[in-house]
Design a protein around this ligand. Structure first.
Ligand code: R5P
Length: 307
């Protein structure tokens, strides 16, 4: 353990205690819980430790983000009055990144607004597989001095490789839309998997039209890999097509297990076997922990501050 680690404290809310503890153990940091009282009218009263070290890290994955953004505003501003000089946000899932353009006049470009909101609060942001489509870097979306992007794809690829090890057949990775190509390429590279990417047209929240890539899937064990499963319809649509085209099995691996409403049933009803996810969002399908990777990134952020 070094001085930078000794000085840094990881802060989280009670519901994130388990994932904070995994990261803190890997990064050799201490954890403190932020106390929360909710008034009858919904307002919040939050309490941090009364004295904070110079370096503070907040862990908050931003699924169901709206109230969490207000919490971050309250605690990040307060942290600086309690002694913190360098405040990092670890948001394994970073919300609002998909709304990166105004499709109609007057539409809010939420990525830009939420990005600058976070940049006003934090010195560093660490996240996993943010949905950056029309911007090249996280720093363009969240203009903080240190904007660090990690990926769940290599770890999911390891899991897929282990799962398929007993069989002589190599799995075929398929991305359900063009935007998934970046994660497919990373996952495929680490194990030499063959892969292809579908084309998708979205007509509504739960209405997507998918076209399979020009690949022979007959008799293949396919794994659909994507960053996010939200309504589940993107994965379900691709799974149905793959099975109809002769795939032996279709499993699913995602970084962010949003699984809104009945998403998991939608995916299962489409004929999907295994569903795996990282622990960026706590969910029963979590099969891969990002804690060691996040801990390494935290160490470099904190060391960077120390030099
Ligand atoms: C968007 O392109 C993302 O990569 C996901 O494919 C999308 O968010 C999944 O949404 P849903 O599960 O609602 O179809």
């Amino acid at each position: 353990m070094n001085d930078a680690h000794n000085a840094a404290l990881l802060l989280c809310f009670e519901e994130d205690r388990a994932s904070a503890q995994r990261i803190a153990t890997a990064a050799a940091m201490d954890v403190s819980i932020i106390a929360r009282h909710r008034f009858p009218d919904g307002e919040l009263k939050l309490r941090l430790p009364s004295v904070l070290p110079a370096r503070v890290v907040f862990l908050r994955s931003l699924d169901y983000p709206n109230e969490k953004l207000i919490e971050l505003l309250l605690v990040a501003r307060t942290a600086r009055t309690l002694g913190a000089h360098h405040v990092t946000l670890v948001a394994p899932y970073l919300a609002y990144m998909r709304q990166d353009i105004a499709f109609q006049p007057g539409e809010v470009v939420s990525q830009r607004v939420v990005g600058s909101f976070l940049a006003d609060l934090f010195d560093a942001v660490i996240t996993v597989d943010p949905h950056l489509h029309r911007v090249a870097t996280l720093q363009e979306a969240v203009p903080v001095p240190q904007a660090i992007v990690l990926s769940g794809a290599p770890l999911l690829a390891d899991l897929i490789a282990t799962h398929h090890q007993p069989s002589s057949q190599r799995p075929l990775l398929v991305g359900p839309d063009e935007e998934s190509a970046q994660w497919l390429a990373q996952a495929a590279a680490s194990h030499g998997f063959e892969f292809g990417v579908c084309r998708k047209v979205r007509n509504g929240d739960r209405d997507v039209h998918t076209t399979l890539p020009d690949l022979n899937v007959t008799g293949r064990c396919v794994v659909l890999l994507d960053d996010i499963a939200s309504s589940g319809h993107t994965l379900a649509g691709a799974a149905r097509l793959l099975l109809a085209a002769g795939a032996t099995s279709v499993d699913v691996a995602v970084t962010h297990a949003l699984f809104a409403g009945d998403a998991l049933q939608v995916i299962k009803r489409a004929g999907v076997g295994q569903v795996w996810s990282t622990d960026c969002i706590a969910h029963p399908t979590n099969s891969v922990s990002m804690a060691p990777v996040i801990a390494t990134a935290l160490s470099s952020t904190l060391l960077c501050q120390n030099t």
